[in-house]
Design a protein around this ligand. Structure first.
Ligand SMILES: [Zn+2]
Length: 71
């Protein structure tokens, strides 16, 4: 605990924004509401906090989701 992978890799921040817990790579369902539509996208790769369960999404994942929502 306490050593961030972000330092060595310089890519994603693998520390929970909320509780600083460890994030693990998982696939989650992403629920979005858009203009009154409820959308659920399955198998979205995300970093999920081991402590509080908050999912964090990569920038490219978010971009892909935005693309999906646009169509
Ligand atoms: Zn957390």
């Amino acid at each position: 605990m306490g050593v961030g992978l972000a330092d060595s890799k310089g890519e994603v921040n693998v520390e929970c924004l909320y509780c600083k817990g460890t994030l693990v790579r998982e696939k989650v369902s992403y629920a979005a509401t858009r203009k009154g539509y409820h959308l659920i996208i399955d198998d979205v790769p995300a970093w999920v906090c081991e402590q509080c369960g908050e999912p964090l999404f990569d920038e490219e994942t978010v971009d892909a989701i935005q693309e999906m929502l646009r169509s």
